[in-house]
Design a protein around this ligand. Structure first.
Ligand code: TRP
Length: 345
């Protein structure tokens, strides 16, 4: 099977989206934003990064929250070094072709495939556990969420898709949908692959579970220094005293440390755990390490948040670049499926 790469360049296209619900937290940074920005800085990479604001609607029906989250996430990515001239950075909703493609792909998506989606199944299971109707509270948006994600990816011939582990299945579904489409209409879509960074895939939150907005256990990315310190102090530990050897591998403090530290710093902290570092001291070191990395971006973030007009401009310019790809692509797809002018072949 031949695999086409991006439209505009010879390089494989890296594409990822971030759902605009909530405020960006350290888990988003470590698991998605940082690797995506790093990848985008390599010369030979053609990056598409976008704010998945229509995905946000699946989780939230609160207009102000979706709006605020979009602003914060845009400012975060830019503050952390995303170069909007070098990459294509846009809001999903500014590219209406994506929604149109989503319907076309919906007509090629087996319902049985969507039945197997983890996010949907988790909702059904929790309904059953609560003795509710299996479909209680489940919208078609949640059910067909992987189709919209497939449209995001396939629209732009995204090839490498950096995502968290929970999203691998969705990328595989996009691949499956693309394959079916290609098989019927010819080779229109690149088959995408999930890209997982094994070292930093999932960050633990305050309570030791995966750091996630839905668990309410996050450490915000750009709070004040004081609040960052406070959050880190809230990370759950055990009752071991200073001097007691501590098990690094079962410690959230250590796990978060590792996500920010060099290999050498990680080895050093592991030794300090074995030597019985006090929890307070370990947390103080962790704060210093994270704060060192975030102090400058925090300043840029504040500047961006104070200039919404400039940010809007950046996003609209990004959408223009994205539509240079999506408009002709959708036109090809429509033609392929037989949606074309009466005079057209
Ligand atoms: N669903 C992804 C998440 O919640 C976000 C997302 C939407 C995405 N569309 C995408 C990620 C396309 C990669 C590619 O994390």
């Amino acid at each position: 099977m031949t695999e086409k790469h991006s439209d505009k360049s010879e390089n494989p296209r890296v594409l990822t989206g971030i759902t605009t619900t909530g405020s960006p937290h350290l888990g988003n940074y470590v698991g998605a934003i940082k690797p995506a920005i790093q990848a985008s800085q390599a010369d030979n990479v053609d990056s598409f990064l976008f704010l998945a604001d229509y995905h946000a609607m699946i989780k939230s029906h609160e207009p102000d929250k979706i709006h605020q989250s979009t602003i914060e996430i845009a400012a975060s990515w830019l503050a952390l070094g995303l170069d909007a001239d070098q990459v294509t950075f846009y809001r999903q909703s500014d590219v209406p072709e994506i929604m149109e493609l989503s319907w076309i792909l919906t007509c090629w998506t087996a319902k049985g495939l969507m039945n197997r989606a983890h996010a949907y199944k988790a909702n059904v299971q929790s309904n059953e556990a609560n003795n509710d109707d299996a479909d209680f509270g489940i919208t078609m948006g949640l059910f067909s969420y992987p189709v919209l994600m497939a449209a995001d990816i396939l629209m732009f011939n995204g090839f490498k898709i950096p995502v968290g582990r929970d999203q691998i299945q969705h990328v595989e579904m996009a691949r499956d949908i693309a394959q079916r489409f290609n098989h019927h209409y010819g080779d229109h879509f690149v088959l995408p692959e999930a890209m997982i960074d094994d070292n930093v895939a999932v960050l633990q939150g305050l309570d030791g579970r995966k750091m996630s907005k839905s668990y309410n256990n996050t450490i915000p990315l750009f709070d004040t220094e004081k609040k960052l310190k406070k959050s880190i102090n809230k990370i759950k530990t055990n009752l071991l005293e200073p001097g007691d050897p501590k098990d690094a591998d079962n410690s959230t403090v250590f796990q978060v440390w590792r996500a920010f530290a060099s290999a050498e710093q990680t080895a050093d902290m592991r030794q300090q755990f074995a030597d019985g570092i006090a929890w307070g001291e370990a947390k103080r070191c962790l704060f210093e390490l994270i704060n060192q990395e975030l102090a400058e971006p925090r300043q840029r973030y504040a500047e961006l948040m104070a200039d919404p007009i400039a940010m809007e401009k950046i996003l609209l310019a990004g959408a223009e670049k994205a539509r240079d790809v999506s408009v002709p692509k959708l036109s090809d797809i429509r033609s392929a499926i037989g949606i074309r002018p009466i005079t057209g072949k």
